[in-house]
Structure formats: structure tokens, C-alpha cells
Ligand binder design. Structure first.
Ligand SMILES: Cc1cc2nc3c(=O)[nH]c(=O)nc-3n(C[C@H](O)[C@H](O)[C@H](O)COP(=O)(O)OP(=O)(O)OC[C@H]3O[C@@H](n4cnc5c(N)ncnc54)[C@H](O)[C@@H]3O)c2cc1C
Length: 492
């Protein structure tokens, strides 16, 4: 049989697209290399614990949110989840910032933590909310961005209105530029705080972050951050059930090693020498893997150049999956904790700043009773991890650095761990096929870096792409948006 669309990869991007296509009545096949759904927002199980492969914080489930819209459109319920009143606690050597969702509570916290400059910081946040809402309005219609064809251009033109014109000043400035306007660029503590939030959401710091992208990401935390019961993989499972229940196919453990054009359709070759056929292709396995997936003949038709792609800035991740006795955290109801290394507060990666996510104490899908499953992750430079002589020593060093920092803030933590599984970019390459261990899309490198984004178009007729290497970039929210945009274009 010939499918309407073949989707390579069952990450959030691929699943969101496949579900949207299925809902429109298209016959879809999803090919997933691994044994798990959800990719970088998936899970695995060990010793009675469930661990999250990467992403832990759910977003976009509030009224009007991207994932809520998708679930409404499919007429299915999202999994159970806890809306976080405290998005996270940020632990600094001399203080803990409670990052509250609710605006008035957050403004009170700003007054408590930054009393010297609280009104300037509140004004900065007024702008965050205002500009974030404008970006939301612009993305509502799922325009193809950056436009690549005349049709894309004509569809972007109606979006040029009073709302979007107001966005222009934020599209040619960085967050640093905006901080200058509020006299906050030299406020060390606020910069450390903002850099932490921006690294987590946009993978970059104030000086390199385009203002409109940073604002959109910062306001998203306040619209609603969720701990999904059973991990974010539960969301992927719901989407996969919808895809299968509507008569489509998901092939697990089916890595695609070549997609080529054959007559009027495309052929998908699996490692098991099976061949599947489809009229259209959607690649969710990241632009890093593009030229390894499509045939040379197709690759030559694309504007994506492998040499140029390889030179673009990206991060890797160092991750620890752990199981811990629940008593260590019984004093705190907060599930997400960001830590700033007391000795190196300005170091934004390699453990200088990192996030620890704890499972909900009552979520028994994640950990046995009385235990908590945890995920610690920090950005790391990729080049460090491919020297085999140093690998084990470096891994041990980084693991200890992170665990010691948590222990500094929660004394006794290390003793109460009963399983510790560290992972490096090598792990991400092996299990999630992220080439070179690159995760989280491309790092914004300045005010105009967003203009260099890849769109859902590959430049090859009927071959599309989605996921965190495609505009708007990383995060389950961003990749879902790119998947839905790709599906919309494929059904036009
Ligand atoms: C450590 C870490 C923490 C993060 N934290 C958060 C967070 O808290 N909240 C949040 O929203 N986002 C977070 N993110 C970002 C988020 O996880 C990703 O941006 C998003 O999940 C990527 O989705 P994707 O659809 O682009 O691709 P992926 O998740 O990478 O999925 C691609 C899929 O394709 C499969 N595949 C690859 N090659 C092939 C092939 N040849 N054939 C078949 N299948 C193939 C892979 O196995 C994988 O399942 C985090 C990321 C990391 C790494």
C-alpha cells in the first residue's frame, strides 16, 4: 500500500503532525527507531522507576495553549497533570527565588528578592507579558516561518497589521538591549536569574537572545507549567493512541536509513530491509540527521547544506537519572529546582547552572511509594565528550559536581540516592539518534539569528520537516507547533 504521509520519528513534533494529519483523514505511517515514544520527551524504566529521557516540564496545556488546542482538535483528553503554582525554586548561595506562575505573586516576589530595582524589573516583566501575547497572536494561524515560497509570503502579508508592527522593535534587539532600556543590564543578580530561565527555554543568555523569542519563552512559564503524571511520555502515548485508533500505523523499532524518490512516490528503507511507500515525507529526526536520512539525489535539491548545518551552534546535555528517598524533599512541595553552583554563579553550562525535576510524591507511575524519580540536566559543550580516554573520568567528574551542588542545598541528598544513571551527548546520540549528541535545536547567537532558522520546508517538493531544529525551535511546545504547521501545509 502507499501511505499519504510517512513520518520519520515519533518525537512530539512527529506525533503532533501525524495526529493532525490522521484527524484530516490522511493515511499515515510513523517510523520510530527506538522502543519508546516521545524522543527527547520520552521515558525509560529501570529498577521500579520511570525516568524522563530529557524534557520534564510540560507547557501549552492551559486554555488556548498549543497542546490544549491540539487535544481539543483531536477530541481526546490530555493525561492527568499538576498545574504548578511555583514553577520552580531557584537556589542561589545566599537566597532562594520562588518563581511563581501567578503574576501578582511573582511581582511580590520580585519586590522581596530585588528590592533595589523592583519597579524597573516589574516594568520589564510588563513588557514580557505584552510582547509574549503579541507573539502568541502572530503564531495562532500557524504561518510557515521564515517564508520560503511566494505562497508563504502571501500568507504572511495579512499578518502584517497593527499587532505585528508593534513587534518590530523586539525583532531587531536582544534581551540585553531591552535590559539597557530599563537600566537593568548591570544588575548582576537579575542577570543570573534571567540567564537561567533563558538557558532552560531558549538555550542562550541575555546578550544573544532575540528579544521577542526570549519574551515569548519567559511569558510561557507564567501561562502554565505542568508536571504531567507518568512523565511527558504520557502525552506522546495519547497522541500515538489517537493515530492508531484512527486506522494509521506506528512502526516502533523501525529506524529509517534512507528515504528516496521512486517514480511518483517516496520509499522508506528500514534497517530490516523492509520498504514502505508514501506520497509525502515528514522528517522529525532533526535537521542534523537530514543528509544521513535522505538519498543524495534528494539532498541535492534542498537548501539545507550539510557543511553549513554542521557549523551552527548547538548544545549537548549532561543528564542524571536518579531515584531518591522521598524524605529528602519532604519539606518542599516544589517539584522543579534550578541550582546555581555557589562557587561559579556565572557559569551557565557544564553544571554551573542546572535543573532538577522531581516526580510528584503521589505519582506512583514514576517511582515506588516513598521514593521520587529525578532528572538533573545541564547544557554541555559537545566537543568535550568524544575523547574516549577522558570520557569515563569526565563523566564521573560532572556527575559528582552536579550531585554535590544539590547536596549543598539539600544536605543528605547524596546518601539517599538508590540509583544514579548519568548520561552524556554520547548517550543522546546512541538512544535518541541525535547526531553528535546535539539536542535542543540551534542556539540563538544574536538579534537576527532567528532569520537563519529552517522552516518546515526542506526545499524538496513533498518533503517537510518538523522538530526542534525548525522554527520556532526547542521545547515540546515549539516542536508541536512546527508539527502542526507542517501538517497544515501538507493538507492544503
Ligand atoms: C535534557 C533536556 C531537557 C529538556 N527539558 C525540556 C522541558 O522541560 N520542557 C520542554 O518542553 N522541552 C524540554 N526539552 C526540549 C524538548 O525535549 C525537545 O525540544 C523536544 O522534545 C524535541 O522533539 P522533536 O520532535 O524535535 O524530536 P525528538 O524528541 O528528538 O524525537 C525524534 C525521534 O526520532 C527518532 N529517530 C531519529 N532518527 C530516526 C530514524 N532514522 N528513523 C526513525 N526514527 C528516528 C528518535 O528515536 C526520536 O524518537 C529538553 C531537552 C533536553 C535534551
Amino acid at each position: 500500500m502507499i501511505y499519504d504521509v510517512g513520518v520519520v520519528g515519533a518525537g512530539f513534533g512527529g506525533l503532533a503532525a501525524a495526529a493532525s494529519l490522521a484527524e484530516k483523514g490522511m493515511k499515515v505511517a510513523v517510523f520510530e527507531a527506538s522502543n519508546e515514544l516521545g524522543g527527547s520527551a520520552g521515558k525509560f524504566e529501570r529498577n521500579g522507576y520511570r525516568f524522563q529521557s530529557g524534557a520534564t516540564l510540560g507547557m501549552g496545556f492551559e486554555e488556548g495553549g498549543i497542546l490544549r488546542k491540539l487535544f481539543d482538535q483531536l477530541k481526546i483528553d490530555p493525561p492527568d497533570m499538576t498545574l504548578l503554582d511555583t514553577i520552580m525554586d531557584i537556589h542561589m548561595p545566599d537566597r532562594t527565588i520562588h518563581y511563581y506562575r501567578e503574576r501578582s505573586r511573582w511581582y511580590e516576589e520580585i519586590q522581596r528578592i530585588f528590592p533595589d530595582q523592583s519597579s524597573a524589573i516589574q516594568s520589564f516583566y510588563d513588557e514580557v507579558y505584552k510582547v509574549g501575547a503579541m507573539v502568541d497572536r502572530l503564531t495562532e494561524d500557524l504561518p510557515v516561518f521564515p517564508p520560503r515560497t511566494i505562497k508563504d509570503m502571501t500568507r504572511v502579508v495579512p499578518l502584517i497589521n497593527k499587532n505585528s508592527l508593534q513587534l518590530l522593535p523586539f525583532m531587531n534587539q536582544t534581551i540585553e538591549d531591552r535590559l539597557k532600556k530599563y537600566g537593568l543590564h548591570n544588575h548582576r543578580l537579575f542577570r543570573v536569574f534571567l540567564n537561567g530561565e533563558l538557558m532552560d527555554s531558549v538555550q542562550t543568555s541575555v546578550e544573544y537572545c532575540p528579544a521577542f523569542l526570549g519574551y515569548a519563552a519567559l511569558q510561557t512559564f507564567h501561562k502554565g507549567a505542568y508536571a504531567v503524571h507518568g512523565s511527558l511520555a504520557s502525552v506522546a502515548e495519547r497522541l500515538a493512541s489517537f493515530i492508531k485508533d484512527s486506522g494509521n500505523d506506528i512502526y516502533m523499532r523501525h529506524p529509517i536509513h534512507k528515504v528516496e524518490k521512486s517514480g511518483r512516490h517516496f520509499e522508506f528503507h528500514t534497517k530490516r530491509d523492509q520498504v514502505f511507500r508514501a506520497q509525502k515525507v515528514l522528517l522529525n529526526n532533526s535537521v542534523h540527521n537530514f543528509h544521513d536520512t535522505v538519498s543524495d539525489e534528494l539532498g541535492e535539491q534542498s537548501y539545507i547544506q550539510s557543511l553549513k548545518e554542521e557549523k551552527r551552534d548547538t548544545w549537548g546535555a549532561f543528564i542524571i537519572h536518579g531515584g531518591v528517598d522521598g524524605t529528602v524533599f519532604e519539606e518542599s512541595e516544589v517539584l522543579y529546582h534550578q541550582f546555581i553552583d555557589p562557587d561559579h554563579p556565572d557559569e551557565l553550562h557544564n553544571g554551573g547552572q542546572f535543573l532538577m525535576s522531581l516526580s510528584h510524591p503521589e505519582d506512583l507511575k514514576m517511582a515506588p511509594y516513598g521514593k521520587r524519580s529525578l532528572t538533573i540536566s545541564t547544557h554541555t559543550s559537545l566537543s568535550n565528550w568524544w575523547n574516549s580516554d577522558q570520557y569515563e573520568a569526565d563523566k564521573e567528574h560532572m556527575k559528582n559536581r552536579l550531585l554535590n551542588t544539590v547536596d549543598f542545598y539539600f544536605p543528605g541528598f547524596e546518601e539517599k540516592l538508590d540509583i544514579v544513571l548519568p548520561g552524556t551527548p554520547v548517550t543522546f546520540q546512541k538512544w535518541l539518534r541525535r547526531k553528535g549528541g546535539k539536542v535542543g535545536g540551534y542556539t540563538p547567537t544574536g538579534k537576527y539569528s532567528w532569520l537563519n532558522s529552517y522552516s518546515i520546508r526542506t526545499g524538496i517538493p513533498d518533503v517537510y520537516q518538523c522538530g526542534d531544529t525548525v522554527f520556532p525551535g526547542a521545547g515540546t511546545l515549539g516542536v508541536t507547533l512546527s508539527g502542526m504547521t507542517a501538517a497544515k501545509e501538507m493538507t492544503r
